[in-house]
Design a protein around this ligand. Structure first.
Ligand code: SF4
Length: 318
């Protein structure tokens, strides 16, 4: 059976000095970008504007699950959705009433996601809450912290447990869970894909409140988080030699997280927001350029910068 590209040349673990050096570069990057003033490029900005507690927790889940497409489109859709919920997504879900919710969500659409998808999700979240003031106890039902070193399977069980609940008198279970748009809205993190949107929500919930992440959960350890792999993080992970994989897969998420866990064992995803800003703000342009690298905190650890530095410049280039 062919081995994955990254397994053909197993890498030696970096020395303690190299890890220490990388930690310094990543901490510098975090100092620059892991700040509330950069939230404007992230759907998390709209979550911070919600009332603290359950409204923020449910709002964060909706924001993360709808975080596909361009930023403006996401922000427009979230604005419409949160307005339909009177700015209280937690209350909307905890006091869920099918007829009222269906009327409030009527006409909502975000790319593939329809009002029916959001309606079904809100019903399932209402069932999951069962009167509690947080989704954390429901998520914990799928956790096996002693046997599993990350949250991929737990996140998969979260979706499985959500969909195993009573769908009530107004929804047909088979119709909902087989609908392509619903499966896209609520991806299975244990089926091989990176499931970026689910891991993004978990990072927001679990990492401490630091002006960016929300720190709403108390029991799930940050050491078990996986980085939410999108285009930017995959590219940065490849630049830094954390992975050679080219697809947004669970395997890529695990390889990049493993490298970051060496740097920060208890909180490997702490660098995720800052690394993503490098890509989103084009501080690390898609077509790598030496001019950008010279401004970058990561250049001394970056394999792409090393390659650019070795490449002789064309005599006629300016
Ligand atoms: S050194 Fe250059 S290629 Fe590497 S991460 Fe920074 S900007 Fe990107």
């Amino acid at each position: 059976m062919p081995r994955p590209a990254s397994a053909k040349h197993p890498k030696r673990a970096p020395s303690a000095a190299k890890v220490e050096e990388l930690r310094g570069f990543l901490d510098d990057l975090m100092l620059r970008y892991h700040r509330p003033e950069f939230l404007g490029t992230d759907p998390l900005a709209m979550v911070h504007a919600l009332p603290p507690g359950l409204d923020r927790e449910v709002g964060a889940l909706l924001a993360a699950l709808l975080a596909y497409g361009n930023v403006k489109q996401i922000q427009r859709s979230l604005n419409i959705l949160f307005t339909a919920m009177d700015g209280r997504p937690g209350r909307f879900v905890s006091q869920f009433n099918h007829h009222h919710a269906a009327a409030a969500l009527d006409g909502f659409k975000h790319r593939f996601t329809t009002a029916d998808d959001v309606l079904a999700l809100c019903h399932l979240l209402h069932e999951a809450l069962a009167g509690a003031d947080s989704l954390e106890p429901f998520f914990l039902r799928g956790c096996r912290f002693d046997d599993e070193t990350d949250l991929a399977l737990a996140a998969g069980r979260f979706v499985e447990n959500l969909c195993a609940q009573d769908f009530g008198a107004h929804l047909d279970r088979e119709t909902v869970i087989t609908r392509t748009s619903f499966k896209h809205l609520l991806p299975r993190a244990d089926h091989g894909s990176a499931a970026k949107r689910v891991h993004l929500w978990l990072r927001w919930m679990v990492r401490p409140a630091d002006g960016v992440d929300l720190g709403l959960w108390r029991t799930v350890p940050a050491s078990h988080l996986l980085v939410p792999v999108d285009t930017h993080l995959l590219r940065l992970g490849r630049h830094l030699g954390f992975t050679r994989l080219t697809t947004h897969s669970l395997a890529a998420s695990r390889e990049i997280t493993a490298a970051l866990r060496r740097v920060h064992p208890t909180d490997p995803t702490r660098y995720d927001f800052a690394l993503c800003r490098l890509g989103i703000l084009q501080a690390c342009p898609t077509a790598s350029r030496m001019e950008a690298c010279l401004q970058c905190e990561l250049r001394l650890a970056c394999t792409t910068h090393r390659r650019l530095a070795r490449k002789p410049r064309h005599p006629l280039s300016s």
